[in-house]
Design a protein around this ligand. Sequence first.
Ligand code: 6R9
Length: 648
Amino acid sequence: MSQLFEPNRALSREARIKNMCEYKELCIQADEDFEGYWDKLAREKLEWFKPYDRVLNDDNAPFYKWFEGGKINVTHQCLGRHLNSRKNKAAIIWEGEDGQRRIITYLQLFYRVNRLANLMRNKFGIQKGDRVVLYMPMIPEAAFAMLACAKIGAIHSVVFGGFSAEALRDRVQDAQAKLVITADGAFRRGKPYMLKPMVDEALKEGCECCEKVLIVQRNFEDIEYVRGRDYVYNEIIMQESQYCEPEWMDAEDPLFLLYTSGSTGKPKGVQHSSAGYILWAQYTMEHVFDVKENDTFWCTADVGWITGHTYIVYGPLAMGATTIMYEGVPTFPDVGRWWSMIEEHRVNQFYTAPTAIRLLHKEGADAPSKYDLSSLKVLGTVGEPINPDAWMWYYEQIGGGKCPIVDTWWQTETGGHMITPLPGATPIKPGSATFPLPGIKAEIIDEYGNPTPRGEKGFLCITKPWPSMIRTIWGDPERFVKSYFGDCKKDGKPVYFSGDGAMYDDDGYIVITGRTDDVINVSGHRIGTAEIEAVLGHHENVAEVAVVGRPDPIKGEGIFAYIVIKGTDSISEEVYMIQELNKLIVKEIGNIAKLDAIRFVPGLPKTRSGKIMRRILRSIAKKEPITQDISTLEDPSIVEKIQNLVQF
Ligand code: 6R9
């Protein structure tokens, strides 16, 4: 059992939730009067244009509806309502990789969002419910565009800038987006990189739905323009009015789609609501990071992921905080970049991924000592389990032993934090996300729906709905039900299954043990092995393929592919094939899905019914002894053959 770290007393005294008694009291309130608990929060936290009639409608579960009848606009919650008290406060502090700075106040942000909203509405004819794809670098205009969509009720779908043209095309098509907002490119590792050519490539075929492309000039590199389709933001934005009437949105109207990987098929468009989402974004911002009025909050994620949505844009702005946005990589010009930014901007809460912590620990263990990091109060991690080594370095070298680490477990589908310590209350320990937030019924259960005993792995489920939960998969409600409510039951009723395994440790703390499905977590990014297999399977020399995750000291998991190749046995052919296959992956998905290791094998372990036994392949990749019964395989001898090939 690992050591417990008590909360910092000075921080606890000032925190919103000060101790475990207060935490438990809130949990009891939510248990005793579930709807009353959420009702109180929704009244207190949100500014409604029209109050709602009903807190939770579960008539058509799992298509839950929250705050039905209520009218709201998320941009009023994030901007409009702050104009009285915070108009000159910095909303976004942006730093370019090249050192350029921009500070955007709440009033300025309000105007910029309005201008862009007007541009979309008047010039491009975007209306409530239309989809707009954003393929953006980390520049403030990415946030303007998200909020401008919200202002006029358009549904944004941000596609991570590291995704390929093909991946972008799939998402534009699936959402039937009318407009793509992008940039010429930006800067990364000291050099310009390009986005616009990818958009051109993506829209070449099969994207008739997309009529217009709006381009923000950021790196001012040369790009091609398609007449009548492409518009330059920088040239036309100032023609629009800085006032814009917000669309009155139903609480349940979709705010955005965000595509994420599942265990089968193509990425799914996770659909989030307006009111429930923004409520939880704001509440968790306030309570999990305990951000105070003059604090500066920095989440290092990319806006292309849910963490960037909720904790760079919506959460911080909903609570009226100052949020930092950084364009580049943590190692440019050197491994001290982030620490120098914490010193310079006097960052108070810092939120990042274990993979980045491991990298910066390995590459620059002494770098933090050169900077004054004393402004920090709370540290956070997200995206994957954190190993005790990285945790201790983060705690001591970055947090100076005085900042609690909130290890936040949640997902694209949950909208915001679910299981996490509270910085002023929860005694923390390395490697545990500790306990569910009040109102969140997270439970670890077995296949019969019973809680698992301490020390035993089970399925991590959320057994009651919550306001910021996924509403459906865009265009595929059946897949929504099947993907999330098909596997686990409690008291005979289907409950939300996260896809993660977890267990209670000896102290009853929750430890996430990782995905139980065919999703792998590479540097905190979710990738479906099925997606990668589909791409590799297209190569003319590939007969069969199976992809699994393998532990990696920096990335958490690396991608390991077993390939049965059609007729080649020379090593030089193999080297060539590896390059070929990686090219294919980069083209179809993007750099994040590049293979870390490939083994060419004579066959795959299959059951007699032809199912590939991935668990065996996972064990082989990890060089673990095989514990599964292999006698039922079609050809048990294949296991040893593969093992011999992997050992070198
Ligand atoms: C927010 C985000 C979700 C998956 C999730 C789990 C893993 C996230 C974690 C964690 C251990 C944590 N995960 N937070 N595992 N400890 N604190 O990352 O969303 O990209 O959808 O990934 O990430 O496996 O199921 P998303």
